[in-house]
Design a protein. Structure first.
Length: 636
């Protein structure tokens, strides 16, 4: 839509409209020898002090001169133009006439329409041989809060905009001495479906109040009516209207509404499947809204509104209910076991010529496989949309078009565009990650990437990005960290103490409060598999410490730590997504260590007990041995 926006400065308008007593005419002229404006935006102020903004989109041809503003040209037409201004809501004036003058060039055509709010005032047509004036007088239309609009559609070639003139006068005063009782849009009575009720009164400036006393919908006394409300059960509605100190009678309307609110039904029954399942949710009750939640690797954050089928890719429990107004149905639950490995990720590639696409046809969405989709959009380009062409067997993405690659599994890490052709030197930008200078490879880590095509700086030619196919590399879903219990292990092989050192897990963060952590430790799971080793640090510190644990390696970096002072505690905390190879552990709390840095000969060993006290001759028990700057736990 090519829009030409004309708007008042609100304060100036309000003052002017309230102050006039006779008819007033205001004309805005758009011919003003301004410099050529690329981008089609210009601000004007008329002799009455009103501010106007002139905007044309979709063409770079915008040339004001002494007589008119030229919008578009023979080869860059403005396909539609709209001029509008909205009057303040408190003006006490009526529109009495309006006139607009436009013209065209050789081959120009277009349909002109003038409206005030929803009321059509006048129409006309552009032509290629002469200027056109479209006008209407003898009007008496309230202007308060309304938009005066001049629109031109079906345009070919360029358009000349000369001026817009309108006349208004002070409205006759309105005397209100009575307010009618509000009337509902639905008569009181018995119904088998939910009913949405609107309330109206006369005069419309009166404020309506209502109360609800029902099975499911109710209010705390009378409340102001601002929008229609829906009734789903037996309800008594009371209402009245008031303007200043004039109040209507109170009316009472009784609605007997008998509805069966059905629970949602899933298109796929609970069970075990060897492939992903596309599950649709339906409700037999008209107008009911479905909400659902998922557990597992695709877990939702609580219940969310159902808007499209759900692709169940891994083990999950689907819970759903329907809601109608304030009523909720019973909750249903479906459990799915999906025997596919969604943790491995994969590659999805498509050559467009193999898809059976029709020549010169718009493309909107392509499934590369069951987990990756490619979607296209016109974006800000209102003339051209992405299309497939047999000539070159490619999809052409035009200036301001966008296309998005999205994964239903893990992050996309690489996108390769095949058969790339760059027409008129376009610029292709990515919402995340990095695309190389030849626009054939993107790298990053995100589940969704949007690409936008634009023109190179200073270019007047619209660029195109063309490609014959695409290959997407993506990761699998991470393990659900909430189902993984981790433990602090004080020795690499000391699993007997697991029960006493379990981390708590909340909001994706594992944490464990520790008193007297001594010596080496690792992080392990409930099945006694070592998950992380800790990088060595000299002493515990209140600042975050990077442990860089290595997952799946046979070599673990074991931290050398010392005993805490008696009674001191601190917390180990780290986020873990169930898949990453590294963790960053933060150590929090106020404490001091019982052992300080030791300057010792490589051959000399110094021993401390678990309370951090130096021991000259260790006896039977567990001690911390510091030698050559390293601390380890030893037994005597």
């Amino acid at each position: 839509m090519r829009k030409l926006l004309l708007s008042f400065v609100a304060m100036v308008c309000a003052f002017a409209f309230q102050a006039i007593a006779q008819e007033t005419t205001v004309t805005t002229k758009f011919g003003k020898n301004d410099v050529n404006v690329t981008g089609a935006t210009k601000t004007y102020t008329d002799d009455a002090g009103y501010g106007w903004t002139l905007t044309v989109t979709g063409t770079t041809s915008f040339t004001p001169n002494a007589a008119y503003a030229q919008l578009g040209s023979s080869n860059k037409p403005a396909s539609s133009i709209t001029t509008t201004t909205t009057f303040p809501a408190d003006v006490a004036t009526n529109l009495t006439s309006v006139e607009v003058k436009m013209g065209g060039f050789s081959g120009t055509a277009g349909n002109i329409k003038i409206t005030l709010g929803s009321t059509e005032i006048a129409t006309g047509k552009l032509n290629a041989t002469s200027d056109v004036t479209v006008s209407k007088d003898g009007l008496d239309l309230p202007m308060a809060g309304e938009a005066l609009t001049v629109s031109v559609t079906g345009i070919s070639k360029g358009v000349k905009l000369y001026y817009i003139t309108y006349t208004f006068k002070e409205a006759a005063p309105v005397v209100i001495d009575k307010v009618e009782t509000p009337v509902p849009s639905v008569e009181a009575g018995s119904y088998t479906e939910a009913q949405t009720i609107s309330l109206t009164t006369d005069p419309a400036v009166a404020t309506i109040y209502y109360s609800l006393d029902g099975e499911y919908e109710s209010t705390d006394g009378f409340v102001e009516y601002t929008e229609p409300f829906t009734l789903t059960g037996n309800t008594v509605v009371k209402t009245y209207a008031q303007y200043e100190d004039i109040k209507s009678e109170t009316a009472e309307y009784t609605y007997d509404i008998n509805i069966t609110l059905n629970a949602p039904v899933a298109s796929v029954e609970s069970g075990e499947y060897d492939a992903a399942q596309l599950v649709e949710l339906t409700c037999a009750t008209p107008d009911a809204v479905i909400y659902y939640s998922l557990t597992g690797k695709q877990a939702t954050e609580g219940f969310i509104e159902y808007t499209h089928p759900i692709n169940i890719l891994s083990d999950a429990t689907l819970t759903a209910y329907a809601q109608l107004g304030a009523r909720k149905s019973d909750t249903v639950e479906y459990t799915y076991t999906i025997n596919i490995d969604v943790t491995q990720g994969g590659e999805a590639d498509v050559t467009f010529s193999n898809l059976g696409l029709k020549n010169d046809t718009a493309v909107t969405s392509i499934d590369l496989d069951e987990f990756v989709t490619l979607t296209f959009s016109k974006g800000a380009n209102e003339s051209n949309e992405p299309k497939y062409y047999d000539n070159g067997t490619n999809i052409r993405v035009y200036k301001d078009n966008t296309f998005t690659v999205a994964s239903k599994l893990g992050n996309i890490v690489k996108i390769e565009f095949m058969g790339v052709t760059l027409q008129n030197t376009p610029v292709v930008s990515a919402s995340v990650g990095t695309i190389n200078g030849t626009y054939d490879t993107w790298t990053g880590a995100d589940k969704e990437v949007t690409f936008t095509v634009s023109n190179a700086a200073g270019s007047t030619k619209n660029g195109q990005f063309r490609f014959t196919g695409i290959k997407v590399t993506y990761e699998g879903l991470a393990d659900d960290p909430a189902t993984t219990v981790l433990y602090l292990l004080t020795e690499a092989n000391e699993f007997e103490a697991l029960e006493g050192f379990a981390f708590t897990h909340e909001d994706g963060v594992y944490s464990l409060e520790v008193t007297k952590l001594v010596g080496n430790f690792l992080i392990g799971s409930a099945d006694k598999e070592i998950v992380f080793g800790a990088s060595p640090v000299a002493t515990m510190a209140a600042e975050p410490v990077n442990f860089n644990g290595v997952l799946g390696s046979e070599t673990y970096f074991v931290g050398d730590y010392v005993a805490e002072k008696e009674g001191d505690t601190f917390t180990l905390a780290f986020p873990w997504d169930g898949k990453s190879d590294t963790i960053n552990m933060a150590v929090t709390g106020n404490f001091t260590t019982g052992i300080t840095a030791i300057e010792a000969d490589a051959a000399e060993a110094v021993y401390y007990n678990l309370q951090g006290i130096r021991v000259a001759e260790p006896q039977s028990g567990i001690y911390v041995k510091v030698q050559s700057g390293k601390a380890t736990k030893v037994a005597f």
